[in-house]
Structures are given as C-alpha cells and as structure tokens.
Design a protein around this ligand. Sequence first.
Ligand SMILES: [Zn+2]
Length: 317
Amino acid sequence: MFESQIAALLAQTWTSRLLVFAYHRIVPKPDSMLQGEVTAAAFDSQTGWLARHATVLTLPDAIERWRRGKLPRRAACITFDDGYLSNFETALPILQRWQVPATFFIATGFLDGGRMWNDTIIEATRRTSVAAFDLSDYGLGRVAIDAERPVLADQLLDALRRLPYDQRERCVAAIATQSRVDLPNDLMMTSEQVRQLARLGMDLGGHTETHPILARLPADAARAEILLGKENLAQIVGAAPRTFAYPNGVPGKDYLVEHVAMVREAGFEAAVTTAFGGVAADDDALQLPRVIPWDQRAAAFARRAAQASRSPPGERL
Ligand SMILES: [Zn+2]
C-alpha cells in the first residue's frame, strides 16, 4: 500500500483514539531464536512513520490530556516492557533520531546482570552442545536436543509456563546447569542506564520486581511485588513511577480485579495490559489496551494501527 493511501485510510479511522504501542526488545538483526521481536530496521521505520503521521507523547502526558478530553489527533505512545539492554543500545538512538519519547516498564529485579527465566531457556537451548536435558524430576522426561533450536526453545517455554512457580524455577536452574554453557548476564539494562533514560526525558514505569504472573500469587505477595518494583525504580531515578504494566498482561488470566485495585492503591496513575485496541474516551486508565506491532513492514504496521484505532473497546475486567 502506498503511503498516501495509508494516510487516507488513517485520516478516516485514527482520530480520537490513543494508540499505545508495546515492544519488548529490539533486535539489531533478525534472530531465529527471537522471532517475535522487532528488528532495528523495522522499529526505525515504525517510529519514523509515527513521528511523521502521529503525535507521540509520553504515557503520563497522554493520560493527562486524555482525562481532560484534550488529546491531539492521532496521539500515540511507544512503550517497552521488561528493561532489556537493547532498549538502551538499539531503541534509544532511534527514538532520539526521530525525537520522540517513550515509556520503559522495568522489572527491577533483573537490572544489573539479572536474567529473566525465559531468556535462560532460550540462551541455554541456543548455545548448548549436550545431547539432551534430563527433566524427569519435573515431569518433562528426557528432552533430546535434536529438533530445530527455535522450535525446541518454544516447546520448553510452553511446558515450563505450566509448572508451578517453585518447580519452574528449579527446572530452569537444572536446564542452565545441564546446558554446560556460560549464560549471558548482560541482557538487561543497568541501573545507570535506566537513570540515563530518565535524564533524557523518557518515562520509567513499574513492572513489578521479578515479573510474576500476579493472578497466580497470593494477594500479599502480589502487592509486595508491585510495591517493591515501584520503590526500587523510585530509588534509581529519584522520582516515583506514575505508570505500570501488568506482567504478561492478559485481563482475567495474568491479572485480576484485585490487582487493578493494588495498582491504584500503590499510587499509579495509569496502567497498560496486553489486550488489543486503541484507548477510547471511556476506557479504564488502569487497564489500557495496547497495540503489539509484530508487523515488520511499515504498511502492515500502519494497517494494524488503523485496525486498533477503530477496534471495539479493549478487553478489561
Ligand atoms: Zn513483561
């Protein structure tokens, strides 16, 4: 589709809705082990497209204007979940080139050398030269390393997601040990890099301490995760975060009504989910839907934005 046709399509559809785009990491080049992640080239074209066709705001700024009914036409926010180093090394220079702000939701427990469990699985599977993982202690049997590595990693991630938290942690540790490789400890940002993002005018948001699925935790533990993540981030950047992203973020599955109340009580002004859609006037500020831009081409990205801008209200509790 030509740029002018896209612009015409959006002129009709994307008017009043706020579109909040959700990224995780930005990969410098295509990576078969990280197929769902957006490449630097695609992120550059998507950001450039937003810079030319939309008004990109920080999430707190957009929400303030949304509350007053004063959103500009085609208002957009760019968000990153988790705190990956590639946000700083790869995405930041692109954001700066296009002079647009973004919100970074940080799971503070992994800063400064930590690693999320899914990355332990992905990197152990990518790098190992052993013939199999023996996971019989966890009900998963002997897993031969003979299939395509990306397929194998996906299967392991699926199986481990279903395990209870403690058992999953032990199984991840077993895979790390059995892989007999040195796993990377530089996948996430340092505290200093997070501070630099704040200094550059970027918004830093809460994403809990260790990224648990809140719906699977006892209420006290869920509340403690939300609060600790907030306090740690406040300590690092010197100001309390105003925005929050629910880990995994599916309404009714990953978080429940009680967690929305906890996020409100913790003092957050806005929170985002992974429900698809554009933010309408009557949405809940603590359950804002987002747009996941998995499309690598600018035209497909624009079509997805158009779809979100006229979607029914995002699913919420
Ligand atoms: Zn996350």
